[in-house]
Design a protein around this ligand. Sequence first.
Ligand code: GUN
Ligand code: ZN
Length: 433
Amino acid sequence: MTDTLLRGRILTFHREPADPDDTDAYTYVEDGAVLIRDDLIAASGAFDVVSPDADDATLIDHRPHLLMAGFIDAHIHFPQVQIVASWGSQLLDWLNGYTFPAEAEYANAQHARAMAGQFCGLLADHGTTTAVTFCSVHAASAEALFAEAADRNMRMIAGKTMMDRNAPEAVLDTPQSSYDDSKALIDHWHGQGRASYAITPRFAITSSPAQLELAGALASEHPECFVQTHLSENHDEIAFTAELYPDARDYLDVYESYGLLGPRTLLGHAIHLQEREISAMAELGAHPVFCPTSNLFLGSGLFDEAGLRAQGIQSGIATDIGAGTSYSMLQTLNEGYKILQLQNQKLHALRAFHWITRGNAEVLGLEKKIGTLDVGTEADIVVINARATPAMTLRMTMVESLSEELFVVQMMGDDRAIAQTYIAGQPQKKGVL
Ligand code: GUN
Ligand code: ZN
């Protein structure tokens, strides 16, 4: 395959910037280039330095746009693509009224495959190149998603949801079938190309103790897999969980006591936490995942990013489609900024862009593979246009620095600001440079 040389401004992070002046945390090159060879980044840096090694490469000139690592969404539900923006309820009513009926359709493999195509296309259009994804309870839905991602050579972390109670029959499994199906999916997909498996008990309310026991068994039999679930999103959810697990010290303890917590565990929402839960999470290295648009949409509450950070906890950030209202990690940062503002916390633009790239990669333990423009990493790249709309163009007339420009993109950008997305070196937006 011939090499591809992308030219444009480039930005990549080496660690989380402490503040906007922490220039050692990143590399920014005005006239930069990224050389793509065999799905990987073969070189990146100044155009003058990279281009002599790229004689035979196809040159794509993205100037004046900004090249950055592809975005990573740390929590999203693929069978909820058709219920984004469903009106009026908080978590438990929203699940019963909209979510479970929609997810029941994913027993049909053809429907699942069609929606997997839509889902991956939407991710790419919004600049997301890796997603950590809940499928439905049906093994067919996970098969469909992994197959679609494999066709696109897209990095995908996903799992069949395990749920055996407190939902309609059409979206229930049993402890044993959930174990068997998850195991078969792990054998089929985990480590195949860019696929990783996430063991996925939906949340405490929809899993019996017998099912969580088997989820814990899977986690110990497959320490290379991720674990994903939900934690302390909503007050009614927390109260119902306490009724269902009266012996648990708190919500986290339900998962803890079944061996489901570790550095590869992702806990969606984690809003209403007790002191003990926070220290246990820190000790076990589990990662909360902040889902700003979802938390506002369902009226769930305000994620305490600074409080968790102060305890040494590293949080991910995610859209949580379909309770989340946008596929865009830029819009996710926009609403995340406002949630932190309400608590007198700050999310400056450099830290924000680190978070949706290298930061989420670190949360997944994948920073050697994705999340930067470093040589040898996978060529997942977004091309950002800070003048994508008339309002952004007007705002940009006043912008004087990189961090100001990034803040405009963070607050005003969406899929229109993604001029192109490369997944493993392949452009995803057709008819666009
Ligand atoms: N808790 C359990 N399932 C879900 C879900 O699908 N979405 C959200 N936001 N919370 C959940
Ligand atoms: Zn979720």
